[in-house]
Design a protein. Structure first.
Lengths: 1033, 473
């Protein structure tokens, strides 16, 4: 039976012919004639001509094929034993704490295969609510900074930690007086380590130093309320905000947190939208978002604050401060502010960035009068985010110089750069018996120190922080130290004789409050909060004392040119200056990258006879700032020159070198606190000219319907106010025609809404997008060439008024200079622009090779591999969001930024292609995140929920101005935005069907921003068609 | 067949015999190159080397070597491309359209004009290649079958239409030109004295015998190719104009573009033909073949087409004003009064105003004046493309992205270098190939001249020439 289906190949098999059996064993009927080819004895080929040609042909083609693989061989070594929790391709998120500034926001760190590649806000945090700023986003790149110190150094030579730990304690012990200079420290465990250090070396004095000091606030709180803290400001509870120069949306104390709070009050649909009045000298992003803004001279600030106090005191029936005549702003600004504040007492807020103790006392007194203590000015849940002992530090410089302090330890501070008398300090440090710096880079301070004990990056460290009283946020390492660095806390412990590691130390420190599962949960969540129930303190100190000085400054300084120093969003106080992402982040207001400059008002520039691109020297009593480029800045107060600090670094990382001019030497010390400016400067034109690298060089909308805005007054009557052309002329008319067949709209339809009411222009989204999408840094020259690569940009437009405070017409907008507009008085709108993912995309139809195509989910895809680089798509993009790879931006010494070294490239997101030279790229709506979200939902066998997928820009936006989602999901938030009467599309009359809706900006002002006849559908500025041609030709 | 009108002037002057024609036209081929030729050839070779270097540099380093930016994605590259394609048009018009219309005056200039077409298209094609971000994949816009499944080109894209238009134009022009050359190459072959010359000219003469049958076929194929070429005169530049017209960039999005571009192309093409022929008739002493009548006729065409493009410029303004589209209106105001006003007014004065001098016959027949005018016309037409491309792009919809463009040294080198490429090819052409169509010219020299110079025109009015007999000497 078995052999039933047996067939024989032939009789030979049937007969079991021995010859057949033998041949059956071989695979080939005839043997392979290898022997014939190779002569074993002499190793030569025995081949005949035909064989030779065969082998020759084979070898040539084999070599040719092998040579086709041009990719250099790079070994990717797989894990031999797969680490727990690491699955290649799956990111892990760790809750941690940002240490880019002392605001210490709670963050999540995204790691891939053990590499941190992205920082997100921790949305669960009750304080920070997922907010991050640009500097925080960019701090990731600091981890992969190729110029970090790679290990400890002793007197310039590399050494080991063991040697450091044997030499340093002896040296410290021999010093008769030691100063430990740190930045703001709000970590309980670090404070304990410092206490242990000072216990071991009792001659130690701990001095807190901030480069851009706001120390007067906590000093004033101490004087007024008895506790040395920065109050916990609650912008979310404030119905009226008056800010004297405090850039709380950009750089002041804890900008991401405040932006989150502020944006909550800026919902146009909410009838109680907050009213924000900004009184400042140079246009900050906070001022650019204010409803009302008054430009003032820095010297006049104190007088205005006292006047405000006195006006409120009248309303409150309290005694006035002093008896000097009141000072008043244009159109009774102070009077009106006082009335509005008083009307909202208990839910109003007055803040100031003044670093004069007396001024901050008056601010406290104003808030006390208004009953804001305990509501918007919380002194129980106070802030630990900023401490600076300016007076103590000045004393230290004197003591170091005189030799009475002969030991100094710098813990992540760089005063040689940022102290006004930095060079004097540098000399003094050299004199000290022992000098130690824990700074991560060989910066201006470190290069003068004997021992360099580089601190680990915060992404490599354990830590805890208490940015707000009772709110603890934890830092956990996301990678083992890249270099041979050690946490400074551990170093201090070791020098104090405690050889424990900092993690155990911290654990032990927490064991009373948190242990076991609670500790694990706190680490997992990233934070731990205690409810504080103490009573709010009452103001006891007096605010009097500064009136006559204030009035004197106000009256005597009217005609003098003043210098105001400010910090820029991004580079900030200069500690981030070597971060190329931040250098290339355009300033939210001036749109300048890679530089600082002298902001001058139009009128003052004319008086001084300078214009954009000129250079000026600014001289003052203590010295001079030389060859600063001029930027004529709308909104700038007349007779004030504003210069950003944080530039002009001379050491510490090449990206920050030779960028701008160090303005710190122009700051003054008044009554022991830093005053960032000069009251009387001489300005002279310097030789030469200098072009600033701006990403935007035209600043008005030219009367085009790109920005739509309405006043709260108009909006409360008519929710379509300012947006009638969308509703009447476009949306409802059905006049839009198209050549193309309508696309299928089933399935997902990814769309985005941008709320112009909330966007502050801070640029967090830009940095976040750079990190997420591997956007290369191109440097100053290429930005000058208008070739920045950012996938998302924030267009900033100015709207001017004439001298009579009326909006100017379009004709006037074409010709600002001759119109006589008031350049001090400017309205600003920030408009983020990413790829609009058009339904009928103009870029798609023109690509010859179908490299950019439409997806079934409404996205406009870009296939880099297919792109031949004709740039036709970019020309045809009406939004100009496409970016071309003009050069190879990686491994190219011409672009010596993070893509030019192996360490810097570790920041690359493996989910996103690094684009090659000659191809086009653009915003993809973070298609990799959409894909990841869809896969996750699929694995969990559910449909995608609204909010599952967040684009990078949306996730990082501290103002929640960007909303992304599926418009076909009826419950999605983005759908609600699209159905909102405020929604409009950019250039919608072109019917390219963008997927990004913008929300009409509603300003909390009474004046009419749209002419009453705007209901006809035309915008107020727009004259009848043809009229304009008549006018111009 | 030639009919000699008793009242028309001679198309070829100087009383040439068939022998004279052959001898004079083959002289540059058979004698050592003149000093003038060497000078021109060396100069154009040097400029060609600049072109090779600059093009190579931008291909190696990347297009960042140019002055383009995120806002202005095309500038010198496409300006030069359109410029060179436009130059080519006159050649096709002369050889094809005038052939169909039996305009015999074309016969002495069509060979050079066609050569100019081919070389101009080569220059234009070089810009298609070099403007690409990844020129090594330049073949991707061609619909080639491939192993990537459904990967195909986008037939909606005007750039794909361009690929078809330019490649068709080049191949048809090349074939037409070569077919026309065959009888003359055979003449040179028959006169050849060295083995090398004999071999190469024999090879390219493709066994031409001069029999009646070959002449017959020659005539037929010429007519067919002329028929194929004629629509190309209109289609190629129409398609090139659609690169702009089908986009939505204000200043590009204009239905007037196809006729306007064709007129402009013929305008600039005749400008270039004039430049070349005025040099040729001086340097090669071809004054009897390229007479003042030829110059006069070409000047008239320049006048007509220049006025046409001028009308288009003004029409664009009217349409912008009439459209009510604010972006369109701004684009045109910006052209005339924006930062690139100088380019616009250069264009206007060179293309619309300057050619109006050709209303005067005296100026139409003055070679020196014509030469200057031909240069002005070409400068104007180059600026026309620059104005259309750069001033439209640099300030379009969103003022935030407005930017300025300035060429880099590399781009300027490539522009100058492309003239090197053009003249390098042209000098080789006049050295190695007969630059005037001997066979055709022989058909239009006065027949009596062959026998007797003294006869009156009238008596030979109906004489018929058998062209089959005229090759060789």
């Amino acid at each position: 039976m078995e052999n039933k289906n047996q067939y024989w190949k032939g009789l030979e098999e049937l007969n079991n012919d021995p010859k057949f059996l033998e041949s059956k064993k071989h695979e080939f009927a005839e043997g392979i004639p290898l022997d014939e080819v190779f002569n074993e004895s002499d190793g030569e080929l025995n081949a005949n001509r035909r064989d030779f040609l065969k082998y020759f042909g084979f070898s040539i083609s084999a070599v040719a094929l092998a040579a086709c693989n041009k990719a250099p061989i790079k070994n990717a070594i797989p894990y031999i034993v797969k680490p727990e929790n690491i699955t290649p391709g799956i990111p892990n998120f760790y809750a941690s704490t940002c240490n880019a500034c002392s605001a210490n926001c709670s963050i999540l760190v995204k790691t891939r295969e053990g590499r941190p590649i992205k920082i997100e806000g921790n949305a669960d945090s009750p304080i920070f609510k997922g907010a991050t700023c640009g500097a925080g986003q960019a701090s990731l790149l600091g981890l992969y900074d190729n110029e970090r110190l790679r290990g400890p150094k002793s007197k310039g030579a590399d050494t080991t930690w063991e040697k450091i730990d044997s030499e340093v304690p002896a040296a410290l012990a021999s010093a008769k007086s030691i100063a430990l200079v740190t930045s703001t420290i709000n970590s309980p465990s670090t404070k304990k380590a410092i206490a242990e250090f000072t216990a071991k070396y009792p001659q130690t004095k701990h001095i807190r130093y901030e480069a851009f000091s706001q120390g007067a606030i906590s000093s004033a709180t101490k004087e007024a309320f008895g506790i040395e803290v920065v109050p916990g400001y609650r912008f979310d509870l404030a119905k009226v905000i008056v800010s004297f120069g405090a850039d709380f949306l950009g750089t002041w104390i804890s900008p991401a947190e405040y932006t989150k709070q502020w944006s909550k009050t800026r919902t146009a649909e909410n009838k109680n939208m907050s009213r924000h009045i900004q009184i400042e000298s140079t246009l900050s992003i906070t001022g650019s978002n204010a409803d009302v803004r008054y430009p003032i001279k820095p010297s006049a600030e104190a007088a205005y604050i006292i006047s405000l106090y006195n006006k409120i005191a009248v309303l409150a029936g309290a005694p006035a401060l002093g008896s000097l005549p009141p000072v008043e702003l244009a159109i009774n600004g102070i009077e009106n502010a006082a009335k509005e504040l008083w009307a909202a007492k208990g839910s109003s807020l007055v803040v100031s960035s003044s670093n004069l103790l007396g001024v901050q006392l008056v601010i406290h007194a104003i808030n006390q009068l208004l009953g804001n203590i305990g509501t918007t000015v919380d002194l129980v849940n106070y802030s630990n985010q900023h401490y600076s002992d300016d007076l103590a530090f000045r004393q230290l410089v004197q003591d170091l110089t005189s030799g009475s302090v002969d030991g100094v330890v710098f813990y992540n501070v760089n005063p040689v750069y940022s102290y006004p008398e930095g060079t004097k300090l540098a000399e003094a440090i050299k004199k000290a018996k022992v000098s130690i710096s824990s700074n991560s880079n060989l910066d201006e301070t470190s290069e003068n120190c004997q021992y360099l004990t580089p601190d680990s990056h915060f992404l490599e460290s354990w830590n805890d922080s208490e940015p707000k009283a009772g709110y603890y946020t934890f830092t956990q390492p996301t990678i083992s130290p890249v270099f041979n660095t050690r946490q400074m806390q551990e170093s201090m412990m070791h020098w104090a004789g405690n050889s424990n590691n900092f993690y155990d130390y911290m654990l032990a420190n927490w064991s009373g409050k948190l242990s076991g599962d609670n500790w694990t949960k706190a680490l997992h969540d990233g934070f731990y909060q205690e409810t504080l129930t103490a009573a709010q303190p009452k103001m006891t100190g007096s605010a009097a004392g500064i009136e006559s000085l204030a009035y004197e400054l106000y009256t005597n300084n009217k005609s003098k040119i003043e210098l105001k120093l400010y910090a820029k969003v991004g580079v900030g106080d200069g500690s981030n200056a070597h971060n190329p992402w931040l250098q290339e982040l355009p300033d939210p207001i001036s749109k300048v990258t890679w530089d600082n400059y002298a902001c001058i008002s139009n009128a003052t520039a004319k008086e001084l006879g300078v214009k954009d691109g000129d250079k000026i020297n600014i001289s003052f009593k203590e010295g001079k700032l030389e060859a600063l480029p001029v930027l004529v800045q709308p909104g700038q107060a007349n007779n004030v020159i504003a210069v950003a600090v944080g530039y002009g670094r001379t050491n510490g990382g090449k990206s920050g070198l030779n960028v701008g001019i160090n303005a710190y030497p122009a700051s003054l010390l008044i009554n022991g606190t830093h005053f960032y400016g000069q009251m009387d400067v001489k300005v002279e034109k310097a030789a030469g000219s200098y072009e600033l690298a701006q990403t935007q060089t035209h600043h008005t909308i030219q009367g085009r319907a790109l920005i739509k805005e309405a006043s709260q007054n108009e909006y409360s009557h008519d929710t379509k106010a300012g947006n009638h052309d969308h509703h009447k002329a476009i949306k409802d008319s059905g006049n839009l025609i198209t050549l193309w067949s309508e696309r299928d709209t089933k399935g997902h339809r990814w769309t985005m809404a941008v709320d112009l009411n909330k966007c502050t222009g801070c640029g967090s989204c830009v940095v976040s997008c750079n990190a997420e999408n591997n956007v290369p840094v191109v440097g100053r020259q290429e930005v000058l060439n208008r070739r920045e690569m950012h996938w998302i940009r924030i267009d900033r437009y100015y709207r001017f008024r004439n001298k009579d405070n009326n909006n100017i017409t379009r004709e006037e907008e074409y010709n600002l200079e001759s119109t006589g507009v008031d350049f001090e008085n400017v309205s600003v709108t920030h408009q983020p622009l990413m790829c609009q993912q058009c339904g009928h995309a103009p870029c798609e139809t023109v690509c010859p090779v179908l490299a950019t195509v439409h997806s079934s989910e409404g996205l406009n895809h870009m296939a880099y591999n297919r792109c031949v680089g004709t740039r036709y798509c970019a020309n045809n993009c009406p939004y100009k969001v496409r970016r071309f790879n003009w050069f190879k931006y990686r491994d190219n010494s011409q672009f010596d930024f993070n893509f030019n070294n192996d360490l810097g490239r570790m920041v690359i997101n493996p989910d996103v292609t690094v684009r090659s030279r000659g191809v086009m790229e653009k915003c993809s709506f973070c298609v990799q995140r959409i894909q990841a979200g869809k896969l996750k939902a699929k694995l969990e066998n559910r449909i995608i929920q609204d909010g599952d997928i967040k684009t990078a820009c949306q996730q990082s936006c501290p103002a929640d101005a960007i909303i992304f989602g599926d418009i076909n999901d009826e419950k999605s938030e983005v759908r609600k935005y699209f159905q909102n009467d405020r929604a409009y599309f950019l250039l919608e009359e072109y019917n390219v069907q963008p997927s990004v809706a913008y929300m009409t900006k509603v300003r909390n002002v009474d004046e009419l921003l749209n002419a009453p006849d705007a209901h006809g559908g035309k915008k107020h500025e727009a004259p009848k068609a043809g009229k304009e041609v008549e006018h111009h030709s | 067949m030639s009919y000699e009108s008793p009242i028309r002037d001679q198309l070829v002057t100087g009383g040439k015999t068939y022998r004279d024609v052959t001898r004079e036209i083959t002289r540059p081929l058979e004698s050592a190159p003149s000093k003038g030729w060497w000078f021109g050839f060396s100069l154009s070779t040097i400029v060609l080397i600049i072109w090779i270097y600059a093009t190579g540099y931008s291909m190696v380093v990347g297009l960042g070597a140019w002055g383009l930016n995120k806002t202005v994605g095309w500038a010198f590259d496409i300006t030069n491309f359109v410029f060179w394609v436009g130059i080519g048009h006159a050649g096709t018009l002369i050889s094809a359209v005038l052939l169909l219309f039996r305009q015999k005056w074309r016969m002495s200039i069509n060979r050079s004009a066609e050569a100019m077409t081919i070389f101009a298209v080569i220059c234009a094609a070089s810009f298609i290649l070099s403007h690409m971000g990844r020129p090594w994949v330049a073949y991707w816009p061609i619909p080639l079958p491939n192993a990537f499944g459904t990967l195909w080109v986008n037939f909606n894209s005007p750039l794909v239409w361009d690929v078809f238009a330019i490649s068709t134009y080049f191949s048809v022009s090349l074939v037409f030109w070569y077919i026309g050359l065959i009888p003359d190459i055979a003449t040179v072959r028959d006169r050849a004295t060295t083995a090398g010359r004999k071999f190469w000219y024999s090879f390219f003469a493709m066994g031409w015998t001069g029999s009646a049958r070959t002449w017959h076929r020659y005539e037929v194929i010429s007519l067919i190719l002329a028929g194929i070429s004629t629509p190309l005169v209109l289609s190629v530049h129409s398609i090139v104009s659609m690169d702009f017209a089908t986009s939505l960039v204000p200043g590009w999005h204009t239905t007037i573009f196809p006729p306007y571009f064709v007129a402009g192309a013929i305008f600039s093409g005749f400008g270039m033909v004039l430049t070349l022929l005025i040099i040729a008739r001086e340097v090669m002493n071809y004054k009897d073949y390229i007479t003042e009548e030829h110059l006069d006729a070409m000047a008239k065409i320049i006048l007509v087409t220049g006025t046409m493009v001028g009308m288009a410029y003004i029409t664009e303004f009217f349409v912008a004003a009439y459209s009510g589209v604010e972006y369109e209106q701004y684009a045109f105001l910006n052209r005339a009064f924006g930062p690139y006003w100088w380019a616009y007014w250069t264009m206007m004065s060179c293309n619309l105003i300057a050619p109006q001098v050709f209303w005067f016959r005296k100026l139409r027949t003055n070679p020196t004046f014509l030469f200057i005018m031909s240069i002005i016309v070409n400068i104007g037409m180059w600026f026309e493309r620059f104005v259309i491309i750069v001033t439209s792009l640099h300030r379009d919809f969103l003022p935030s992205s407005w930017a300025m463009y300035a060429p880099s040294i590399v781009e300027v080198s490539i522009l100058i270098g492309s003239f090197g490429l053009f003249f390098f090819l042209f000098f080789l052409f006049i050295k190695f190939l007969p630059s005037i169509n001997m066979a055709e010219v022989k058909s239009i020299i006065p027949t009596h001249a062959h026998a007797d110079h003294g006869h009156s025109h009238a008596s030979h009015a109906h004489e018929v020439i058998e062209k089959g007999a005229v090759h060789g000497n």
